[in-house]
Ligand binder design. Structure first.
Ligand code: ZN
Length: 57
């Protein structure tokens, strides 16, 4: 069984860097991956510097 208490706390936002404009965008797990400044969908995960690309479905 899952621990219900684990879902009570909001998940931490993850910082991303936009591949298009370079602006930092913080996204929570349930938010759509998109730059809040320019709307670009290719964001770099800030800590790993690996490119994470999310295609719209
Ligand atoms: Zn951008």
């Amino acid at each position: 069984m899952f621990n219900a208490g684990a879902y009570a706390q909001p998940p931490p936002a993850t910082a991303y860097l936009c591949a298009a404009c370079g602006e930092e965008t913080e996204l929570k797990p349930k938010e759509p991956v998109r730059c809040k400044t320019c709307g670009h969908r290719v964001l770099y995960k800030k800590r790993t510097s690996r490119m994470v690309q999310f295609e719209a479905r």
